[in-house]
Design a protein around this ligand. Structure first.
Ligand code: ADP
Ligand code: ZN
Length: 527
């Protein structure tokens, strides 16, 4: 043990030029060297690469690194070579003679670390070839992709276990396995261990997900114009490196165009661009030629820019995992950075509808966790960490909710009226209607389609006549986001959830953050 302990510190110094290990690194390396499997949950930028590269250099034989992303592989291999370590990667972008050259260098003992895409593992020629080497160690990167509980399930990951079993049978022993991921809830952790059939004595190293240097904020600009104005405020006169995530390619292009027009050094990135163009734009951001990158979630994995000072989400993500991973691209260098989420009630209803069409209860519960984050009046950091299974801790005192001394409005009474109205409409007509209709009935609207269909005969007609329809709609959206109402089906109809039914007897207080004045003006204009 003593000699390998020294060896790993020596390698850290000689190869990487670092003086000490970071939290978790030494333990992971030791576990692998002992011959045990290990599951490592490390937030982005904790330094997981060293954790499998150093064992690869210490162990005899070959190390396979299974990695989902071609761009990631290339970067890793380039940086290893920069450190004087022979590594190669095999993926679909290589020509036949390049593959042959890699095979030769493996045979000659020159290459010690081989990165492969999971798709290759089902290739019989690859198995034949690799089984002719003493493979001592298999490292699985982005291991949450193996779990359908994760937010990034990749079917090809399911072939890893079959590959390991086939390889073990051929070489006469089972290589040790390490699985790394930057995001995993308790369920996903368990699933990874099971799906990879990790040995009973495997180690688990779970680092805290807290990123103390990140400031979290949830904001509610109510129109495209308000969003843009707020982005400009956040960017300030001398923008530091910023990523703005939008859901759709169209939004990405339009936000980027507006920022460019306003004189910002902005560019955009999404999967619809040509590969050449994508790597050009990625590099431009990486090397500081572009300040503001507007992008879909296609931008990020494989980006190793340490000094991203803020990440702005133009709308909600489908899950808190996805949100935290994207937001976590800020501040990898440990410097204070800001993560802002824009949220609007309309987005919520839209997301709910989209997810309800997928008819996937898991996706629905992930979205709900995301929505709770937008709704909580409590500490945002705590909301995230508790979701990832970390023990309840103190409020952070440093997020937009902790710092927000702003008033809360109690909408318990309004909520009861809304829930009752949804219930009564269904009772009276035998079917449910959408947000606009419910708001119109509560307002007591005399619009033709309300009267002609006899919605004025519902007992809750007009019971919120003192509120504007826009305000009623906003309250409905809050109830959707907090899980009292659900929006489902092609027509986006509103229905009570079990929690909504319960509320008739439970009568839990429902509060919202008070909106700033300009918002109230916009709401009364009917926006
Ligand atoms: P991730 O966990 O996101 O894969 P990386 O392995 O890319 O993170 O590491 C993030 C950064 O931290 C890299 O620039 C890496 O060189 C650096 N790093 C990793 N371990 C150490 C260490 N022990 N000391 C100093 N820097 C380190
Ligand atoms: Zn807080």
């Amino acid at each position: 043990m003593e000699s390998s302990m020294q060896a790993k510190e020596q390698i850290l110094k000689d190869v990487y030029g670092y003086t000490s290990f970071r939290q978790g690194q030494a333990e992971i390396i030791d576990t692998i060297i002992e011959g045990r499997d290990v599951l490592a949950i490390m937030p982005t930028s904790a330094g997981k690469s060293l954790c499998y590269q150093i064992p690869a250099l210490m162990l005899p034989g070959i190390t396979l690194v299974i990695s989902p992303l071609i761009s990631l592989m290339k970067d890793q291999v380039d940086s290893l070579r920069g450190n004087g370590i022979q590594a190669s990667f095999l993926n679909s972008t290589l020509a036949e003679d390049e593959v042959r050259a890699i095979y030769q260098s493996l045979r000659a003992g020159a290459t010690r670390i081989l990165y492969v895409a999971p798709e290759r593992l089902t290739n019989a020629d690859f198995l034949d070839f690799i089984a002719s080497f003493p493979v001592s160690f298999i490292s699985v990167d982005e291991a949450h992709c193996i779990s359908s509980w994760g937010h990034d399930f990749r079917p090809a990951y399911r072939s890893i276990l079959g590959f390991i079993e086939a390889l073990s049978a051929r070489i006469g022993y089972r290589p040790r396995i390490a699985a790394f991921t930057g995001t995993a809830t308790k369920e996903v952790q368990k699933d990874i261990v099971q799906q990879l059939n990790m040995s009973a004595n495997h180690g688990e190293v779970v680092l805290s997900f807290d990123r103390p240097n990140l400031y979290f904020a949830v904001e509610e600009p109510r129109s495209g114009a308000e969003k843009l104005a707020r982005i400009k405020e956040l960017l300030g006169p001398n923008p530091e490196p910023t990523i703005i995530y939008c859901r759709t390619r169209r939004a990405v292009e339009s936000v980027a165009a507006k920022l460019q027009k306003a004189g910002y050094n902005a560019d955009f990135y999404h999967a619809g661009l040509e590969p050449d163009e994508r790597s050009r734009i990625q590099d431009a951001f990486q090397y500081g030629e572009v300040d503001v990158m507007v992008a879909t979630n296609a931008f990020g994995m494989g980006i190793d820019k340490p000094d991203v000072r803020q990440v702005i989400h133009y709308g909600i993500s489908d899950s808190l995992e996805a949100y935290y991973q994207e937001a976590g691209r800020a501040g990898r260098d440990g410097q204070k950075s800001r993560c802002t989420l824009f949220y609007s009630g309309a987005d919520v209803v839209d997301a709910k509808r989209r997810i309800s069409m997928e008819n996937d209860p898991l996706a629905a519960s992930k979205l709900d966790a995301m929505l709770r984050y937008t709704q909580t009046a409590g500490c945002l950091r705590r909301c995230i960490l508790e979701y990832f299974g970390e023990e309840t801790r103190e409020d952070c005192g440093d997020c937009s909710n902790c710092l927000d001394e702003g008033e809360r409005i109690d909408i318990s009474l309004e909520s009861r009226k809304i829930l009752a109205c949804v219930y009564r409409i269904k009772e009276r007509f035998g079917y449910s209607v959408g947000v606009g209709k419910v708001a119109a009935v509560l307002k007591g609207s005399t619009a033709a389609d309300i009267l002609s269909k006899h919605f004025d005969e519902v007992s809750t007609y007009g019971i919120m006549s003192e509120e504007s329809e826009a305000t009623i709609r906003q309250y409905i959206q809050v109830l959707v986001a907090s899980g009292y109402l659900q929006v489902s089906g092609e027509y986006a109809v509103l229905e009570l959830t079990p929690r909504g039914y319960e509320q008739f007897s439970v009568r839990a207080p429902i509060k919202i953050r008070k909106r700033p004045e300009r918002g109230a003006a916009a709401a009364s204009r009917g926006e």
